[in-house]
Design a binder for this molecule. Structure first.
Ligand SMILES: NC(=O)c1ccc[n+]([C@@H]2O[C@H](COP(=O)([O-])OP(=O)(O)OC[C@H]3O[C@@H](n4cnc5c(N)ncnc54)[C@H](OP(=O)(O)O)[C@@H]3O)[C@@H](O)[C@H]2O)c1
Length: 254
């Protein structure tokens, strides 16, 4: 066992995340999850993430979007959190242009029901070059789909549900090689179950007692995914863990 000692200050907490090589994904594209949990694993307080997120977590959450070609979220998170189009700082936008990326990543929302207020900012305020993407399935309601097409790009990935692998293929085909998934727990769990989560950036917030909702809700019957610890940061009482999925285990010899 090793002791992790505090004190080695880094000039910019985003640097360790920007330095990760995400150019060689195991599957269609590289998928990074970015979540915050309480000490008891809770993912929300009163149905929202706000009270769970500390000041350093909020700062990193906003800036982490710089790594993304697209920011992917489940519909319930968009409905509850009131998402807006991503607006990075001017220096971050410049760095992205230099790397050949759009100044801001678009948001992609996963939904079967398509129950949205289409006048919401996430649709109405998205710039033409980074329109919000709706990832849905073939059995989605045709009238709602028609309404969605006026305000969003549509990706169909699956018959009666969005299949994570098909969704990642579609996003990769749109040129989105790095997908940043900001939850929620149910959609993240689908990605984990489909072996599509390559990296998890988990902030541990110093509190307990939120909603009985863990950061990932894996569908029943799915196997266990294993990860290796790649980085730790700390600011005040918030710990930032960076994990990457572990290579598959070989046969065990007793
Ligand atoms: N701690 C954190 O970092 C964090 C991050 C994000 C959110 N949250 C919290 O988590 C809660 C929301 O998360 P959640 O887990 O309930 O919901 P969610 O994962 O955000 O969204 C679930 C919805 O996504 C759509 N969806 C998911 N899988 C699908 C599939 N395979 N095919 C088609 N559609 C699919 C469905 O939308 P339709 O119903 O439209 O069909 C489903 O109802 C909120 O309280 C939020 O504050 C916490």
């Amino acid at each position: 066992m090793e002791l992790l000692e505090r004190g080695a200050v880094i000039p910019d907490p985003l640097i360790p995340y920007l330095e990760v090589d995400r150019s060689k994904p195991r599957h269609e594209c590289w998928v990074t999850g970015h979540m915050v949990a309480g000490l008891d694993g809770t993912a929300a307080i009163g149905g929202r993430v706000g009270a769970l997120s500390t000041r350093p977590d909020q700062a990193l959450f906003r800036r982490m979007r710089q790594i993304a070609d697209v920011v992917l979220v489940g519909a319930e998170t968009v409905r509850r959190e009131g998402y807006s189009p991503i607006q990075l700082s001017a220096p971050a936008q410049t760095q992205r242009r230099v790397r050949g990326q759009s100044p801001n990543p678009p948001v992609a929302v996963v939904s079967r029901s398509l129950e949205f207020d289409w006048s919401a900012k996430i649709f109405s305020r998205a710039p033409a070059e980074t329109r919000t993407i709706i990832v849905t399935c073939e059995t989605a309601d045709p009238e709602r789909l028609a309404a969605a097409q006026h305000v969003a790009e549509i990706v169909v990935a699956g018959h009666d549900r969005v299949e994570p692998a098909a969704a990642m293929t579609a996003l990769a085909d749109l040129g989105h090689g790095v997908v940043l998934c900001e939850g929620g727990p149910r959609w993240l769990g689908e990605l984990v179950a489909a072996d599509r989560l390559d990296e998890l950036c988990l902030s541990v917030s110093p509190l307990m007692g939120g909603d009985p909702l863990p950061v990932s809700v894996t569908p029943s019957g799915a196997g266990v995914a294993r990860f290796g610890l790649k980085g730790t940061l700390v600011e005040d009482d918030t710990v930032f863990l960076r994990y990457e999925v572990a290579p598959p285990e070989g046969p065990r010899h007793e």
